[in-house]
Write a protein that binds this ligand. Structure first.
Ligand SMILES: Cc1cc2nc3c(=O)[nH]c(=O)nc-3n(C[C@H](O)[C@H](O)[C@H](O)COP(=O)(O)OP(=O)(O)OC[C@H]3O[C@@H](n4cnc5c(N)ncnc54)[C@H](O)[C@@H]3O)c2cc1C
Length: 438
């Protein structure tokens, strides 16, 4: 198995079990890690030679007064499908709806609304956690809060999340009211984002990573909010709360290596930029189109060929905003054929001991793992990010030097203290935790 980036493969025993079987399995003291839908790009959801536990049997779901109780294997896709027609939406969604509740909590995922609403973990009211001694703990921000905040963003290393209670949000319609605008360079874009984030619940920018000179970091900014009934046309009001998942195109099983080179990517980026509206354009979109455009193509991660790809995602504090254009320039100078990248602004960080977001700017860049010199390039970027007080997203990582971990995650020792207390024999272990000494 590997992560979504299809790098760092390893052999593992993949098990689909119920809770009792899992408790028996714990008695065997073999290393294990839980896996949701494997949408993490790196090596956090697999353990070489150990047991990788699937959560696809824990699928119960019910709702009372806007609080959803869900098994940890329930996907955001099924939550949206079931509850959007009743006027409820997930409080935070990543760029794909194919993630599980367990994976969303363990990565403490963020969405386009982090600057307003924080991470997924901020909306978790309570969770049930199976720990290494076979006990199931019920933890929350009020009860056993240390274990709760070690588990939110804890990469599955405190135990197995069995189920969780999540506060949902109410919506009038199943559509989004969006505004798309384009910027000829990253400096104009970042100024515009600071202003527009005050008014908009959701905001994300797609950056052309090959443009240079005065067009360095040219971008398309997409902002929006849930549409109200009055935003919709008469025709759309007939399907007020209907959910329209985008038709999924199947990508071929095999792609030639080197398909994404400087020429093809430059051509794609140019077409994409020219197609975007010259003046700000208001539109009504479905939630799938606005939040999950990549879900329209199944298996797009195979496009990078047999070597796979790395998603390099970092965050830097607002005081180090200058690092965003600098890192874009480093990719340009290296002539790295990078598809579009995603820039977002984060709001305040939460109490998650290993949670990724901190107040500032985050850039996520997909790069083919076969690009010559990539390792040195990313190492150099890591050191710049750490120096600036930033960090790398562990759910995307498969290569970072453990040396940087403590500086990136200043509450690491608090996390390790909880880990030793509830999992002294390191039963919950992944390739990521072995690599980084977690
Ligand atoms: C196209 C795409 C877009 C994305 N966009 C975003 C984004 O905008 N924001 C963002 O934050 N992330 C984003 N991601 C990353 C993704 O949201 C996270 O990696 C998420 O954790 C994946 O969930 P999963 O169910 O696939 O979990 P997996 O990838 O299988 O596992 C992730 C982690 O969760 C742990 N885990 C899973 N289930 C449990 C459980 N029941 N108990 C304990 N631990 C568990 C695993 O051990 C692992 O450490 C994106 C990924 C893709 C492919």
């Amino acid at each position: 198995m590997s992560g979504w980036g299809r790098t760092a493969w390893s052999e593992t025993h993949l098990l689909s079990v119920d809770c009792d079987e899992l408790v028996n399995g714990l008695a065997e003291q073999e290393p294990m890690i839980t896996r949701g839908l494997g949408r993490s790009y790196g090596d956090c959801a697999v353990i070489a030679g150990g047991q990788t536990i699937k959560t696809n049997t824990w699928l119960d779901m019910s709702m009372e007064n806007g609080i959803l109780t869900a098994g940890s294997g329930v996907t955001l896709e099924s939550i949206i499908e079931q509850w959007l027609p009743h006027g409820w939406f997930v409080p935070v969604t990543p760029g794909t709806r194919f993630v599980t509740v367990g994976g969303a909590i363990a990565s403490d995922i963020h969405g386009k609304n982090h600057h307003k609403d924080g991470t997924f973990g901020a909306h978790v009211v309570q969770l049930n956690l199976l720990i290494a001694n076979g006990e199931v703990l019920t933890v929350s921000p009020q009860v056993d809060s240390e274990i709760f905040w070690a588990t939110v963003g804890g990469m599955g290393l405190t135990g197995v999340i069995i189920s969780a209670k999540i506060r949902m949000i109410q919506v009038e319609t199943s559509r989004m009211r969006t505004v798309t605008s384009r910027y000829s360079n990253v400096h104009d874009l970042m100024s515009a984002m600071i202003t527009s984030d005050r008014e908009n619940k959701y905001s994300v920018a797609w950056i052309d990573m090959l443009a240079k000179g005065k067009n360095l970091g040219r971008a398309v900014l997409s902002v929006g909010d849930h549409a109200s009934i009055s935003d919709l046309s008469k025709r759309d009001r007939k399907t007020l709360l209907d959910y329209f998942p985008k038709q999924r195109i199947h990508s071929p099983k095999w792609f030639p290596n080197g398909l994404l080179n400087n020429l093809t990517v430059r051509l794609f980026n140019e077409l994409w930029f020219q197609k975007s509206p010259r003046r700000p354009k208001i539109a009504i979109q479905t939630v799938s189109k606005f939040f999950h455009p990549l879900d329209g193509v199944e298996g797009w991660n195979r496009m990078y060929g047999s070597a796979g790809f790395i998603q390099y995602q970092f965050v830097v504090p607002e005081s180090a905003a200058h690092l965003v254009p600098e890192i874009i320039e480093m990719f340009v100078r290296a002539k790295c054929p990078v598809f579009l990248s995603v820039l977002k602004r984060f709001g305040d960080q939460n109490n998650g001991l290993l949670s990724f977001p901190l107040k500032g700017w985050t850039l996520a860049v997909d790069v083919s793992a076969s690009f010559y010199g990539l390792s040195e390039l990313l190492d150099e970027m890591d050191s710049r990010v750490v120096e600036a007080g930033g960090r790398i997203y562990l759910s995307k990582d498969s290569r970072m030097d453990p040396y940087y971990l403590g500086a990136m995650y200043p509450r690491l020792n608090e996390f390790l203290a909880v880990k030793i207390r509830i999992d002294p024999d390191h039963i919950f272990t992944s390739n990521l935790s072995l690599r980084l000494g977690l």
